[in-house]
Design a protein around this ligand. Structure first.
Ligand code: PLP
Length: 397
């Protein structure tokens, strides 16, 4: 009889989004006339930019003509797209060779697949509250997880500590769910730790485009990262590709462990396990880097940033602790009056019809916190913010 991967039995059921939708559905059934303001979504709401759409149309037409038809694409990505991505890093003085960039169909895929390169008895450090996929992908592999709980005392930014013995280190900056962002000095501490300990940092930069302060967008802005880090990034939140699927992974050719070159291993992995991203999507993605493409990306992110501002103004006025918002599309607030995450969720839904995400769903140490996303429409965000302000005033102790 076949033996199964029994590690799947160790996965905890995640009821977070299931419970949210169950509660919202029940409320809506009881109150069909009430509009719900959805501030919990992690998906973008604005469409792809015009330059991308034009490029996608062209690519579809290319596929219908003998002279421009493309079959299989290189497994590691189209050469010209790899070049564009490498050029994008140059803006922040990060020099990459084109073959250090791997085009992918999104960050989620890569965050899971990359684990293939590391022994199952390596230990993974995951900072909590955490993006749930980090934990689950490692549980599936039977890997030991070191849960590094963070809290407001460090603004939810974990640091290396004495006695830490981690092989893989997940860093997500700007962070989902907390919106917190590492400065260069703190990132350097992780880079130094990883180089000294022979660990590898998996740096999730899915929200780098939201950074507006002078802080690193990429781990490779930090000296020493080329010998200890892999960066995984995505077009999803930057350019609205959540439903179109495109991302990239950067693995320096200088990254080696146990005499094995990790860039070369990933080339071998990709050429074995994928047949690349479609020509159409990659051509669409290339348009993100055109002048118009970049303007459109900025315009859309500007909308989400205005949403963040509207929400932050309310929290500032009410003197409520939060992280995020400035450099991230998430705001992670302390629930008022000592309420627990789900209690605050229920209050918001019943009293003002605003839906967010209870922090406890991102790990135990998220209890008492609440995540708002800034991806809803401007109109809905303004109305939600007004209602939140009124509610906070009303329940003030
Ligand atoms: N990493 C983080 C931190 C995310 O929040 C998300 C999506 O919400 C992803 C990765 C996945 O991105 P993609 O759409 O490229 O799979």
């Amino acid at each position: 009889m076949i033996r199964m991967n029994e590690n799947y039995k160790n996965l905890k059921d995640s009821y977070l989004f299931f419970n949210i939708s169950k509660k919202v559905k029940a409320y809506q059934e009881e109150n069909p006339d009430k509009k719900i303001y959805r501030m919990g979504i992690g998906d973008v709401s604005l469409p792809l930019g015009e330059a991308v759409i034009e490029s996608l149309h062209e690519a579809v037409d290319d596929q219908g003509k003998k002279d421009t038809f493309h079959g299989y694409m290189p497994e590691v990505g189209d050469e010209s797209l790899r070049k564009e991505i490498a050029k994008y890093y140059l803006r922040r003085d990060v020099k990459l060779d084109d073959d250090e960039v791997f085009v992918s169909s999104g960050a989620s895929d890569e965050l899971g697949d990359i684990l293939d390169l590391f022994s199952r008895d390596s230990k993974a450090l995951i900072m909590e509250p955490a993006y749930p996929a980090y934990v689950d992908a490692n549980v599936m592999a039977g890997r030991e997880i070191i849960h590094l709980k963070t809290d407001a005392s460090s603004n939810f930014l974990g640091r290396p500590y004495d006695g830490l013995d981690a092989d893989l280190i997940y860093l997500c900056s700007p962070n989902n769910p907390t919106g917190a962002v590492y400065g260069k000095k703190e990132l350097k501490e992780w880079v130094d730790y990883a180089n000294k300990n022979g660990s590898i940092i998996i740096f999730d930069a899915a929200y780098e485009a939201f950074i507006e302060e002078d802080i690193p967008h990429s781990i490779f802005e930090v000296e020493g990262a080329r010998t200890c880090a892999i960066e995984i990034c995505s077009f999803s939140k930057t350019a609205g590709f959540t439903g179109t699927r495109l991302g990239y992974t950067v693995i320096p050719k200088t990254l080696e462990r146990a005499g094995m070159n990790i860039n070369a291993m990933w080339v071998r992995n990709r050429t074995t396990k994928t047949n690349g991203v479609s020509y159409i999507i990659q051509k669409g993605g290339k348009a993100v880097f055109s002048i118009e493409g970049q303007e459109q990306v900025k315009r859309n992110i500007g909308v989400y940033k205005r949403n963040a501002k509207v929400l932050m103004e309310v929290l500032n006025k009410e003197n409520i602790y939060y992280t995020g918002g400035v450099n991230a599309p998430y705001i992670w607030m302390k629930c008022p009056n000592g309420l627990k995450s789900w209690e605050f969720f229920d209050l918001l839904l019943k009293e003002i019809q605003v839906v967010g995400t209870p922090g406890e769903g991102f790990g135990e140490c998220g209890e008492g916190y609440f995540r708002f996303s800034t991806f809803a429409s401007e109109e809905d965000t303004k109305e939600a913010a007004k209602r939140i302000a009124e509610l906070l005033e009303r329940i003030k102790g």
